[in-house]
Write a protein that binds this ligand. Structure first.
Ligand code: SF4
Ligand code: SF4
Length: 93
């Protein structure tokens, strides 16, 4: 499952740097999570880091992006592959 940030977000900025997938960014009014990049921290941590750190508990599961652990794991692997492709391209390898 990808997670989402609700309008209860107080823009405290603490979750953005905690995301291992760079899925969190500032939206129009408050922070948002890109569902295609959120693995619910699967592959990186045992628990969603943004949920752990959010002081107002405004990060529920996104009901439009319900995914199994298996699917999240595959997403993690895709993101890792894309990252190393980008790094290889950047390094001119
Ligand atoms: S659950 Fe993990 S991957 Fe998803 S937005 Fe939060 S910190 Fe990022
Ligand atoms: S930690 Fe919670 S309140 Fe703070 S910016 Fe992230 S979602 Fe918003």
């Amino acid at each position: 499952m990808a997670l989402m940030i609700t309008d209860e977000c107080i823009n405290c900025d603490v979750c953005e740097p905690e995301c291992p997938n760079d899925a969190i960014s500032m939206g129009e009014d408050y922070y948002v999570i890109a569902p295609e990049q959120c693995t619910e921290c699967v592959g990186h941590f045992d628990t969603p880091q943004c949920v752990e750190i959010c002081p107002v508990a405004c990060i529920p599961v996104n009901p439009e992006h319900l995914e199994s652990k298996e699917t999240l794991w595959q997403k993690f692997q895709r993101l890792q592959a894309a990252q190393s492709d980008a790094a290889a391209a950047h390094g001119g390898v």
